[in-house]
Design a protein around this ligand. Structure first.
Ligand code: TGC
Ligand code: FAD
Length: 388
């Protein structure tokens, strides 16, 4: 009987079909060859490696679960594996793909008109058009139902006023999916760069997700034509449905960050000789690796079952909440543990764990904080009573 792999202890790969395995290995190879050599310097320089965007598009990773419109039409498990491999490189790359596909292409596909789909989706699949998603506001992101950004009807146009904060891809986006309050409740708008009164400003001095662009968006009486309103996006449920798509990808992505950190620490511990033997011969080090492996394995199985439910059309948002909460917490704890095993070297950007650990401080906050997901699961279990 073959021994279990340290990186796939329960042979999760055997539960994948041939196409899923091939997609994972293609994206994994691309991350090894094209991302690993540049990502530490990009993080250090607080720079998103924009030169990789055309390659990401050529690999067919943008909006990859959409059928038609020049998109790849993959299943959700494949999309999850893509997120896992990208985040093994860096959370910033997975964020870029999540925002473009799950937060911008998804709402255009799910809530847009046929004209909007034809106009934007092929261009977004090829990265000719980059999107961002504006929901969070300066006064508090966890409670988007109280947003202050608002749009008022003016003839056949809308006049948009307000501001969004902490917006991934904002500074490079050609279009922003913006959620605003109207007399009719929350609606979604496609705001294009160049529209008068729409400006962005990048958020600098971040110590997390440094290889990713984060920006503020400002709307000063922006005139948005009716044809840029998403006709089927009505109420808070619409943006929350987009979040469900992105949170799903994050639940897989966090496994990649954990595996990257754990592998780096394991390679180090096998050759670091202290008190006469390698670190991997020490009882407490073995216990710590066993614990990391246990948590990664649990997260892999959780993500795969979530993906199978999603592919069968049976996935519930609170199941996504549990997976996002469990897997990001796991990724953060594993990368911190890996950082510690590297000793002083662990604080250097030369090793990936501190970069993953710092990135995951954003990942545990965005797309619903850990507390928000605990409360969403708690509400589901306790008869729907809202404890927010
Ligand atoms: P609530 O009454 O619970 O819900 C309103 C309506 O929405 C439905 N719903 C959902 N639908 C789909 N997916 C979900 N996850 C949903 N959660 C709720 C719900 O059934 C209801 O429908 P209906 O038909 O009854 O109207 O609303 P609430 O105001 O009580 O809020 C609930 C709460 C706190 C869970 C929600 O506000 C929330 O999720 N807050 C967190 C906000 C958040 O996650 N923001 C993320 C911003 S985007 C981002 O961070 C991008 S980072 C990207 C990257 O770089 O990767
Ligand atoms: P707050 O909502 O003010 O929360 C503060 C604290 O209060 C948190 O610890 C929270 O868990 C806790 N809390 C909240 N409610 C409760 C409660 N009921 N009971 C107990 N505790 C509670 N947003 C976008 O719209 N688009 C993007 O592309 C995007 N990208 C991001 C990129 C980065 C790098 C980061 C860091 C954030 C991004 N965000 C984006 C914003 C993100 O979604 C918000 O930061 C997040 O939703 C939390 O909102 P907040 O920061 O305002 O914290």
């Amino acid at each position: 009987m073959a021994s279990p792999s340290a990186f796939d202890f329960y042979d999760v790969k055997s539960l994948l079909d041939e196409e899923e395995r091939q997609i994972q290995s293609t994206v994994g190879r691309w991350v090894d060859e094209r991302v690993e050599p540049v990502i530490a310097d990009a993080f250090d320089a607080h720079r998103f490696p924009e030169e990789l965007i055309p390659e990401i598009a050529d690999l067919g990773l943008l909006g990859c679960t959409i059928d038609g419109y020049d998109c790849a039409g993959l299943n959700n498990v494949s999309y999850g594996l893509i997120c896992q491999e990208l985040e093994r490189g860096d959370s910033g790359l997975r964020s870029f793909v999540s925002v473009q596909g799950s937060l911008c292409m998804y709402p255009i596909h799910a809530f847009g008109s046929e004209e909007q789909r034809q106009r934007w989706l092929p261009k977004m699949a090829s990265a000719e058009a980059i999107g961002c998603f504006g929901l969070t506001e300066p006064d508090g992101g966890s409670d988007p139902g109280t947003m202050k950004t608002h749009a008022k009807k003016d003839g056949s146009d809308w006049i948009l006023n307000g501001a969004k904060m902490w917006i991934t891809n904002g500074g490079i986006a050609h279009l922003a999916i913006v959620w605003a309050m109207t007399d009719d409740g929350i609606r979604g708008f496609i705001v294009e760069r160049g529209m008068k009164g729409f400006t962005t400003r990048d958020t600098l001095k971040k110590y997390s997700l440094r290889a990713s662009i984060t920006s503020e968006l400002f709307f000063d009486s922006v005139r948005v034509p009716q044809e840029n309103v998403l006709p089927e996006a009505k109420g808070l449920k619409a943006p929350l449905s987009c979040l469900t798509q992105a949170r799903y990808g994050i639940a897989w992505g966090a496994i990649g960050a954990a595996i990257g950190s754990y592998k780096t620490a394991l390679d180090f511990a096998q050759t670091r000789v202290l008190f006469g033997s390698p670190l991997t011969h020490k009882q407490t080090i073995q216990r710590r690796f066993a614990e990391m492996c246990r948590r990664i394995t649990t997260a892999q199985l959780l993500a795969l079952q979530l993906g199978r439910l999603k592919d069968q059309g049976k996935m519930h948002p609170t199941q996504v909440s549990m997976a996002k909460w469990n897997n990001v917490r796991m990724g953060l704890d594993v990368s911190r543990e890996a950082r510690d095993i590297l000793g002083a070297g662990g604080i250097s950007i030369e090793y990936s764990p501190i970069r993953h650990m710092l990135n995951l401080e954003s990942v545990i906050t965005y797309e619903g904080t850990e507390t928000i997901h605990e409360l969403a699961v708690g509400r589901e279990i306790c008869g729907g009573v809202n404890a927010f």
